[in-house]
Ligand binder design. Structure first.
Ligand code: GTP
Ligand code: SPV
Ligand code: MN
Length: 644
């Protein structure tokens, strides 16, 4: 029979023998992979198995299926073409750090920052949970590549899941499908990722729109020594899109330690000066602390340009030239929605105009989405992230709030509402963002949300000091994980939720980087804090004005840029940051001058408490903590004593 696709299609020439036709139906010749899928389908009692090909047709069919099932709401195609809204269960709205586990033979190798369970015990528990967990559901097989398919830095994973929501999100966030199976061949190695929402369907039972398991049954497990990921009970973000935090951070950083490279919670941006010189900067900020914002920022200083390479994860290797080269292993953005506006992140707003999945945002009467801090007036009525009709009312303090029929008040969008959008839609995506070779990194920034003490920017004096800075990073917690919000916790290198082995060993791995290359070729390292506050609010505008700090960073890379050496690092002199055209409506010239002085000086008493807190945070690692860091801490403490 002639091919229906088109008259010239080559397949019509191919003679069809019955045997070949059957063989061609198999999605792969990889016997071990086929057997693994078959075994899991049997254990979970899935109703059927679908191998994902990664096609647009598959994506659309699954979206339609979810619209029919009430999981997805199709948004107004004039306002948001190709966009959908999903609402999760109220209990399944963020990563669950307390239910995230590292399973390796020795507990000490996991260390105090990981929840450890003995691997055989955890496998037994989870096998029990997986038994029959996909009854009435389809098991989807998602072959995916982190990094461009075929790149020598890329890694292949296969996720088995019963969530069509996961499949379509993985389509955006990773490279999915037949091309990956082809790359894998019959014997290639891949990372096994098991996922179930943990909510079997009985015959005739009506499905809910966000089935998931109760918190005590949720497990996000990593068997590091065998590079396996087992996730159960959650359908949200990093708990379920296993290529992201589980593979590209936890499993990859474990491998990176053994193989001498780095897998980090970092954005990658390309910054070009008015003279046309480009710099690649990678920055590690904790969850919901401004990586997406910085990665696609519109600089507020004329002539400077930012282009995006990645907004969340960087894989970095030392190459023959001695420099550290970075790739973004992802292919989309899973970005925080609330607070994203044409003011704060215009390029994110432009990225999400089409083909985007929104989760836990509010739905407007005209079929569009809305969230707090979107920069457009709050509509009189929306459906909030819980699916309730809510209307805008004024509370006792004269503040506009959304209230439901019972008078209960709350945000219309969840604080960790997210958008999933293809990286290619970002108007400032760098032309080389998918270069399998990556980009050479010129500078690292560490940072966090610190309302007090920590200066706007501070340059490390040497590599050990740089690692110390990263180790000492702290931040106010955000809605990106399900625990208390707004308390400062130590978050070394923004990796606290993503460590898969002992943090002390991780820091030692960083400390030994200069032994792997010419140390002068390593990136220059800075600590930034956009979040200092005083009685007037934020002391620094942030967002597009952060380019002013990046400009100083570039000047320092060039060996220029005025700085003063202090006990804690090199701080810019008060006139070193380009403040031309900087406007803070709430601060006049004198106030601004005083504010900048406060932002760029050492708060000696504050820093004494800070180093004491860092010392305290080191204690739990005992003798495993690298001596170089305790020595650096002692050196800084002494310098602070001498400072006043
Ligand atoms: P994950 O995706 O969770 O890893 O986080 P992310 O680091 O990419 O977070 P994102 O860029 O989406 O951070 C968003 C939050 O940071 C919002 O609350 C923003 O208002 C806030 N934010 C980002 N940049 C700045 C800034 O320069 N100044 C201030 N004050 N807030 C900022
Ligand atoms: C983060 O929490 O750092 C995220 C979102 O990037 S999630 O993918 O849910 O981990
Ligand atoms: Mn992140």
């Amino acid at each position: 029979m002639a091919c229906k696709k088109n008259a010239t299609c080559a397949c019509k020439a191919a003679p069809k023998k019955a045997k070949t036709a059957v063989a061609a139906k198999l999605p792969t010749q990889h016997q071990e992979l086929l057997a693994w899928v078959k075994d899991f389908a049997k254990l979970t009692q899935a109703k059927d198995v679908v191998w994902c090909d990664g096609s647009k047709r598959e994506y659309n069919e699954l979206c339609d299926l979810m619209v029919k099932g009430g999981v997805f709401t199709k948004l107004n195609s004039k306002k948001r073409p190709g966009c959908y809204l999903a609402r999760s269960h109220w209990s399944d709205v963020a990563r669950v750090e307390d239910r995230t586990y590292i399973a390796c033979a020795n507990k000490e190798d996991a260390g105090p920052n990981c929840n450890w369970i003995e691997p055989a015990e955890l496998k037994q528990t989870m096998t029990g949970l997986y038994k029959g967990c996909m009854k009435g559901r389809t098991l989807y097989v998602i072959p995916f590549s982190m990094g461009p398919v075929g790149s020598d830095i890329a890694k292949i994973g296969v996720e088995l899941t019963d969530s069509p929501y996961v499949v379509v999100n993985m389509h955006i966030m990773t490279r999915v499908g037949t091309k990956v199976l082809k790359q894998l061949g019959a014997h290639g190695s891949y990372i096994k990722c098991l996922h179930s929402i943990g909510s079997p369907l009985k015959a005739g039972q009506k499905d809910s729109t966000w089935p998931c398991a109760p918190i005590e049954k949720k497990y996000i497990a990593h068997f590091t020594e065998t590079a396996e990921i087992w996730s159960f009970g959650s359908g949200y973000g990093g708990n379920a899109l296993l290529g992201k935090k589980c593979l590209a951070l936890r499993i990859a950083s474990f491998l990176a330690k053994q193989e001498g490279w780095l897998a980090e919670h970092m954005l990658i941006l390309k910054l070009t000066s008015p003279e046309g010189k480009s710099y690649n900067i990678a920055a590690a900020f904790p969850s919901a602390c401004g990586k997406t914002n910085l990665a696609m920022m519109e600089p507020k200083i004329p002539g400077w340009k930012v282009e995006t390479i990645g907004d969340d994860i960087a894989w970095m290797k030392i190459k023959e030239d001695g420099r550290l080269w970075a790739i973004n292993p992802e292919s989309g953005f899973f970005g925080v929605a609330p607070g994203t506006s044409m003011d704060s992140n215009p390029n994110a707003m432009r990225t999400i105009t089409k083909n985007t999945i929104f989760t836990n945002c509010a739905l407007t009467d005209d079929g569009d989405i809305w969230w707090e801090g979107m920069g457009v007036p709050a509509p009189a009525h929306v459906i909030n992230w819980k699916g309730e009709d809510v209307t805008l009312t004024v509370n006792d303090q004269g503040k506009k709030v959304y209230a439901n029929a019972k008078g209960e008040v709350g945000p219309a969008a969840h604080a960790n509402a997210r958008f999933t959008a293809p990286a290619t839609q970002c108007p400032v995506i760098a032309s080389n963002w998918e270069d399998p070779a990556g980009v050479p990194i010129d500078a690292f920034l560490f940072g966090g949300r610190r309302p007090t003490v920590i200066p706007l920017v501070n340059q490390a004096k040497d590599w050990t000091h740089a690692v110390f800075m990263g180790s000492a990073a702290g931040s106010e917690t955000t809605a990106a994980n399900l625990s208390q919000i707004g308390v400062v916790r130590r978050d070394p290198m923004a990796m606290l939720p993503f460590f898969s082995y002992n943090t002390a060993d991780y820091l030692l791995h960083w400390l030994t980087m200069p032994l792997r290359t010419d140390p002068t070729k390593l990136p220059k390292v800075f600590f930034t804090n956009w979040f200092r506050k005083d009685e007037k609010g934020f002391m620094w505008n942030g967002f597009g004005d952060n380019a002013r700090v990046l400009k100083w960073v570039c000047e320092r890379i060039e060996g220029k840029g005025k700085a003063v050496e202090t006990a804690i690092g090199f701080l810019p002199t008060p006139d070193a940051i380009d403040m031309d055209g900087y406007v803070d409506a709430g601060r006049d010239a004198a106030c601004l001058k005083a504010t900048m002085e406060a932002l760029l000086s050492v708060d000696v008493e504050g820093w004494k408490s800070e180093v004491a807190a860092v010392q305290d945070s080191y204690k739990k690692f005992g003798a495993r903590m690298p001596f170089a860091l305790t020595a650096k801490l002692a050196e800084i403490t002494k310098a602070l004593e001498a400072a006043k």
